[in-house]
Design a protein around this ligand. Structure first.
Ligand SMILES: *Cc1c(COP(=O)(O)O)cnc(C)c1O
Length: 222
């Protein structure tokens, strides 16, 4: 199957309201261009250096999401080019991105990453952390951030019940925040869940963004 065939198959199954991020990490620019030539315009990368190296090699109408752990000393590699930083996973990072936005006269669109279930990674906020960010009025003081929604990665398992429980948790949090903070409703609209193995389940649980690598580009060579 070619990259174009893979994209066509996914786009056929994906409801129109769901955006597809083609996760191109570890793949060379020639492969990204195959996806671009098949019509894909939204790409995701998870390592700052690789991200910054690829951006100038791709056409200017490509949109980039950053989806990996971001250290505050790498902001300048990522923030000038990312249309959305999906993986904001700590208060420290939140404040650093806000400060970068203030210094550069920009409002940076971000998603808060919820730490889901049994995932090996320790990155991400708890539900309680996320509520606190909104309840203690941190949001109005973080003027150079736009809170666009939530991101999460389900437990890495074949067990669909476990994956669905993870997605149900983040979906419930997303809906609760929108209910409790109506002033956010116009902008807090994105729920980024679902990857190659589990994206149809994510769509069932309200995904507005899915992040798919392997099902488009094949296995990564690390
Ligand atoms: C790599 C990655 C993906 C895509 O994973 P695949 O299983 O290849 O689809 C999605 N989200 C994040 C955060 C990733 O790092």
């Amino acid at each position: 199957m070619s990259i174009k065939d893979n994209l066509d198959r996914i786009m056929n199954e994906l409801p129109a309201r769901v955006k597809l991020v083609a996760v191109s990490k570890f793949h060379p620019v020639e492969r990204l261009m195959e996806a671009y030539n098949a019509g894909q315009r939204l790409f995701g990368e998870n390592r700052p250096q690789e991200f910054a190296a690829k951006v100038p090699l791709m056409p200017a109408d490509v949109q980039w999401h950053f989806i990996g752990h971001l250290q505050t000393n790498k902001l300048k590699l990522v923030l000038p080019h990312a249309s959305l930083v999906e993986s904001v996973d700590s208060m420290h990072l939140l404040e650093a991105i806000n400060a970068w936005g203030a210094a550069n006269g920009k409002v940076v669109p971000i998603l808060l990453e919820l730490h889901l279930g049994a995932e090996e990674t320790k990155h991400g906020f708890s539900e309680k952390d996320i509520f606190e960010i909104f309840r203690v009025r941190a949001v109005p003081s973080l003027k150079n951030l736009e809170f666009r929604g939530l991101m999460g990665m389900a437990t890495n398992t074949e067990d669909e019940a476990v994956i669905e429980a993870d997605f149900a948790r983040i979906e419930a949090l997303f809906n609760r925040i929108r209910e409790e903070f109506p002033e956010l409703r116009d902008t807090f609209t994105e729920l980024s869940i679902g990857m190659s193995g589990d994206w149809p389940l994510a769509v069932k649980h309200g995904a507005t963004i899915v992040r798919i690598g392997t099902d488009i580009f094949g296995e990564r060579e690390y």
